[in-house]
Design a protein around this ligand. Structure first.
Ligand SMILES: Cc1cc2nc3c(=O)[nH]c(=O)nc-3n(C[C@H](O)[C@H](O)[C@H](O)COP(=O)(O)OP(=O)(O)OC[C@H]3O[C@@H](n4cnc5c(N)ncnc54)[C@H](O)[C@@H]3O)c2cc1C
Length: 535
């Protein structure tokens, strides 16, 4: 049977995604919404249309069997899944492809590939699921590298060991979300880290980028589930001790969590697991506006209730998700537990909502044992829209729209002014650059000391100028959010795209220390040059 292949240019497998009729339907909706006279959907690229430059390097004989220089493999690894990646793919613009893609089958082969890169001065980019939205997986555009190698960790996809007593598992870094959960399920266990990109992102990628999962509170980032790591660096392998907690100096794990493939390749991690939830409670609460709902989110996050979901959608996001017609803000609230019914927690969270002007649906505080508790009504509509969005975005790009998300975090005391100024700046930028468009917001995560707002821009682009338009809007909004004291990223990571703002956000002394670590572990600076910092 032929192997199911992923699209080299966009989201999902080649046999997935909207069919032509669904694409037309989506494009017509967009055209109507933005008053476009007409629309055209650019067809996706085919391999035969790409004229990739000849590979500049050849793998040594000992590695030839695990290396590929096919057009499909080189093109498929040279971009992640950001707006600019998809636009460039639709333009058939693959001017800086990898020369070789290596598929090591075990750590020994991975070490051999890295040694080859180090010896020959080849830029080496770890590749997990390739879902980076910040230019994290592509070859460097500059530097005196003799060539560039993408190191695909797809074969390192197994759960190797389970410790039931401590509820933890040793898992290989290349395991994609579904494969990882499939291997834990027979043991009644789950990692329960579900980023929107879950289907096509990997454990090593999540750890390397500090990804944010579906838990809106408490276990927001993957960081919280990491018990210990094994990392292969050009200077040798480093393995940390499995401990439930430790006060022994700065944490070695913390040095690698978020290092974005610049210090080493995460080959294995012991991860803290959970029992599969048996009890669920879900409700969607409406608020007259986003600011009112935000007060309820603050009350819930400071009450120590820790709901699994507490996403607040502004009226525009609620309408886009099909949760309502855009007349109100919606909070998607959910609790889950493997251990106990959830009525008291839900009841108290709903009281917090009611105290802040929320309208509570009848029967919302019931605990249910079936997954429907969180899959019905406005919450269900939001969930479906959330899962489908990655597939639909390719069509939105193909019809020439400019679409981008900005995710950040800010303390509650500064949130009202921060949000008002950012919405105004974003609205002005979209209007100036694209003539019209929408800016919507939701909270993806919430902490006792502040929310993580996630802004979505959607605007009709000018054919051929979409990248310049995107880049100008991104510049203006990123400048503003850094000036206002926010972070350039809450969970999408830095990569190359966020570098100018990360460089301003990161304290100078810390930058110096980070570069010293880089010199110690990757003395020839072959790992992901240009990501996070200049080597
Ligand atoms: C539609 C969509 C939805 C998304 N939703 C979310 C979301 O909900 N939450 C979220 O946090 N992010 C989200 N992202 C961003 C992205 O999925 C995350 O950054 C994710 O963690 C990347 O994992 P990956 O395996 O795809 O990594 P890749 O894209 O393959 O790599 C990301 C970076 O990590 C490095 N890397 C990869 N594997 C390793 C390894 N084993 N060791 C060392 N370095 C490594 C790469 O070199 C690169 O710099 C989304 C992206 C898309 C396209």
């Amino acid at each position: 049977m032929a192997e199911r292949r992923r699209k080299f240019w966009g989201w999902g497998y080649e046999d997935q995604g909207p069919n032509p009729e669904q694409q037309r339907h989506l494009a017509e909706r967009m055209a109507k919404r933005f008053g476009l006279g007409g629309y055209a959907i650019t067809p996706p690229p085919t391999e035969s249309e790409l004229n990739l430059r000849a590979p500049r390097i050849k793998p040594p004989d000992a590695l030839a069997a695990i290396c590929s220089s096919s057009v499909y493999d080189r093109a498929g690894h040279s971009y992640g899944k950001s707006f600019s990646d998809i636009v460039r793919a639709f333009r058939r613009d693959y001017r800086n492809p990898f020369d070789v893609v290596a598929f090591p089958r075990d750590e020994r082969e991975l070490v051999a590939v890295l040694e080859w890169c180090d010896r020959e001065r080849l830029a080496a980019a770890p590749y997990g699921g390739g879902s980076s939205v910040v230019g994290g997986v592509e070859p460097p555009a500059q530097g005196d590298y003799r060539g560039a190698v993408s190191i695909d960790l797809g074969h390192l996809n197994r759960v190797l060991e389970i410790d039931r007593a401590s509820r933890a598992a040793r898992i290989q870094g290349g395991a994609l979300g579904p494969a990882l959960e499939d291997q834990l399920r027979p043991h009644g266990l789950t990692l329960r880290h579900f980023p929107q990109s879950f289907e096509f992102s990997s454990l090593g990628g999540w750890i390397a980028t500090r990804s944010g999962g579906h838990f809106a509170t408490l276990y927001t980032h993957i960081d919280d589930f990491v018990e210990s790591l094994r990392v292969v660096t050009p200077a040798g392998a480093i393995e940390s001790r499995r401990l439930p907690g430790s006060g022994a100096g700065p944490s070695p794990d913390r040095m690698f969590i978020g290092s974005e493939g610049t210090l080493g390749i995460i080959t294995e991690a012991w991860m803290r697991l959970q029992d599969r939830p048996k009890f669920r409670a879900g409700a969607s609460v409406t608020f007259p506006d986003f600011a009112t709902g935000a007060k309820a989110v603050r009350a819930i996050s400071q009450a120590g209730l820790y709901p699994a979901n507490c996403r607040l959608l502004d009226p525009g996001e609620a309408a886009n998700a099909g949760a309502n017609q855009g007349e109100a803000a919606v909070m998607v609230l959910a609790f889950e537990s493997a251990d106990h019914p959830l009525e008291p927690w839900m009841k108290r969270a709903l009281e917090c909502c009611a105290d802040h002007g929320g309208t509570i649906p009848a029967g919302a505080d019931r605990t249910r044992a079936d997954a429907d508790a969180t899959h019905e009504g406005a919450a269900g509509a939001w969930r479906n829209a959330f899962l489908n969005a990655p597939y639909l975005r390719d069509t939105v790009v193909a019809m020439g729209m400019v679409s981008e998300t900005f995710e950040t975090a800010i303390t509650w005391d500064r949130f009202p002014e921060f949000h008002a100024r950012l919405m105004a700046t974003a609205g002005d930028a979209v209007k100036r650059v694209c003539g019209k468009g929408t800016v919507t917001v939701r909270f993806t995560h919430a902490y006792p000391d502040g929310p993580a707002p996630y802004y979505t821009i959607l605007a009709p682009g000018r054919r051929g100028a979409e990248l310049e338009q995107w880049s100008e809007i991104k510049r203006v909004i990123s400048d503003e959010l850094i000036a206002l004291g926010g972070t350039i990223t809450h969970h999408h990571s830095v990569g190359r795209d966020h570098r100018p703002w990360y460089d301003r956000q990161r304290p100078d002394g810390f930058a110096t220390a980070l570069k010293a670590v880089k010199r110690a572990l990757d003395p020839h600076a072959v790992l992901n040059p240009g990501v996070l910092f200049d080597p």
